[in-house]
Design a protein around this ligand. Structure first.
Ligand code: XMP
Length: 496
């Protein structure tokens, strides 16, 4: 049999099946089978799913859903006018969503008015404020309940309505989740402020967060128990300022994402990034060749996005005739990096079975755009369109959401400065992406659950007990698994 690189030359997802092996798994249950993987050199995930940094796919809602299910979302940078601040806000929303210890809870002075407190609650969306005196010592807790039935003209101050320090249970020093749970159970409280020896605020633990942690054992969390999130930047213009703001907001990993990552522009951007931010976890892409990954490794990235042109919203290959079929790209890149650098298989996953292909041929994780299109966690408005039902010829109104490539005309125009957007001739932009309407189809969470279930079935068919084991078995003996499909074999397999 020819070597793996020869076999995959020119090949992509629908070109192979895997031969079923003797199964050793009794329960095809994602909760019981190890699907853990590496996103980058220092970040691991319990599930190999990454939502794509596209402006119709990943904002905070999607990033929260994916991280809670064990993967991670990368917040795109495609905001109107190319503004930095809205992207930073999306990162903040993810980091504040769920916490072990809230290191910087929202606070208010005890001398503030109840109106100030009410405004702060509305602005931040939280119902509990820790009350501090001028020396930042905790003097009480104020909840939305304390504001009930108080009028805006009452002139009352926070200290008049708060639960004062002497009636609060607080913990001094470092407290872990189990100890906090014990204190909350004993004293029947839902909020536990943490203070230092001088009574100054050090954090807050809430019962809701502790319960959430227990319900979501696979969630991707940082050392403080907050969900992890990534954020994308470009390689020109304000990208360093953007990175700085995103890191300040708590982004766990930065992705320098440009269409052609094996380029002078990328090299310069990584060098400048490293000079300014030291060894912050950095992903870069996209590339699809041995030379491409080597170029990025030499510049010291911690993970690499692989994929030139397989994406569902992508027209790069049509418009430029450049690109690499995705399985060829993955094998070539994997063989070039060995185990040194994790690879993200980015783009082209159109059915769940393609996920195990991407992972076996070289991806440590898969990045998904199209697979999440139309779910309620995607950003953008729902639009209703009239559709004629084929059987009855009846006209019904169907809800749709927009899915578009980041190099589509719409996405490019939205990123322009307002003044430029009014004057630019869109045909001259050289778009390399599509814009389509996708029927609305519920939450991304069951979509992920289905993918993981199918992934565990793949592991079972592959004769392994874990994802890692299947990868090892596949690379040791690819011939045992690979069936290159004929045109009719492909038809029998995938035409439905
Ligand atoms: P899927 O197939 O999951 O792929 O939708 C997501 C990936 O597609 C890439 N992408 C693009 N590629 N022109 C391109 O050439 C575009 O307009 C475009 N938009 C997204 C990107 O790598 C993404 O993660």
């Amino acid at each position: 049999m020819s070597s793996l690189p020869d076999l995959v030359r020119g090949a992509t997802f629908d070109d192979f099946l895997f031969t079923p092996q003797f199964s050793v798994i009794e329960r095809r249950d994602p909760a019981a089978i190890d699907l853990s993987c590496r996103l980058s050199q220092r970040l691991s995930l319990k599930r190999p799913i990454v939502s794509a940094n596209m402006d119709t796919i990943t904002r905070s809602e999607m990033a929260i859903a994916v991280a809670e299910e064990g993967g991670i979302g990368i917040i795109d940078r495609g905001f109107r006018n190319g503004d930095i601040e809205p992207q930073v806000r999306e990162v903040e929303k993810v980091k504040r969503r769920q916490h072990g210890i809230i290191a910087d809870p929202y606070t208010i002075r005890d001398s503030a008015t109840l109106n100030d407190a009410s405004d702060a609650m509305r602005r931040t969306g939280v119902g509990t404020l820790v009350v501090l005196d001028d020396a930042n010592r905790v003097t009480g807790l104020l909840t939305a309940r304390d504001l009930r039935f108080t009028s805006r003209t009452s002139g009352l101050l926070v200290r008049d309505r708060m639960t004062p320090r002497e009636r609060l249970i607080v913990s001094e020093g470092v407290v872990d989740g189990a100890a906090a749970e014990e204190v909350m159970r004993t004293h029947k409280i839902k909020k536990l402020p943490l203070v230092d020896g001088d009574g100054r605020l050090r954090g807050l633990i809430t019962a809701k967060d502790l319960l959430k942690q227990r319900q979501l054992p696979f969630a991707t969390r940082d050392a403080q128990g907050r969900l992890r999130v990534g954020a994308a930047i470009g390689a020109k213009g304000d990208y360093l300022e953007r990175a700085s703001e995103l890191l300040r907001a708590g982004a766990d990993v930065i992705v320098i994402d440009i269409a052609h990552g094996h380029s002078v522009v990328m090299g310069r951007a990584i060098d400048a990034f490293r000079r300014q931010f030291g060894d912050v976890e950095l992903l870069a892409g996209n590339v699809a060749t041995r030379e491409g990954v080597q170029f990025l490794i030499e510049r010291g990235v911690n993970g690499i996005k692989v994929g030139i042109g397989p994406g569902g919203g992508c027209t790069t290959r049509l418009n430029t005739n450049f690109g690499v079929p995705q399985l060829q790209a993955l094998v070539e890149c994997r063989m070039a990096v060995g185990d040194k650098i994790p690879l993200i298989a980015d783009g082209g996953i159109r059915r769940d079975g393609a996920i195990i292909e991407a992972l076996l041929f070289g991806g440590d994780t898969v990045m998904l755009g199209n697979a999440f299109a139309g779910t309620i966690e995607t950003p953008g408005d729902t639009v209703h369109k009239s559709v004629v039902l084929p059987e009855s010829q009846k006209v019904v109104r169907v809800p749709f959401k927009v899915f578009r490539g980041m190099a589509s005309i719409g996405a490019m125009v939205d990123r322009l400065d307002v003044e430029d957007a009014d004057t630019v001739d869109v045909d001259t932009l050289g778009a390399e992406g599509l814009e389509v309407s996708v029927p609305l189809r519920g939450s991304a969470r069951p979509v992920i659950a289905g993918m993981l279930k199918h992934l565990t079935s793949s592991i079972s068919y592959g004769g392994a007990a874990t994802l890692g084991e299947l990868k090892t078995m596949f690379w040791k003996n690819p011939e045992r698994y690979l069936i290159k499909l004929s045109a009719s074999g492909r038809k029998e397999s995938f035409d439905r």
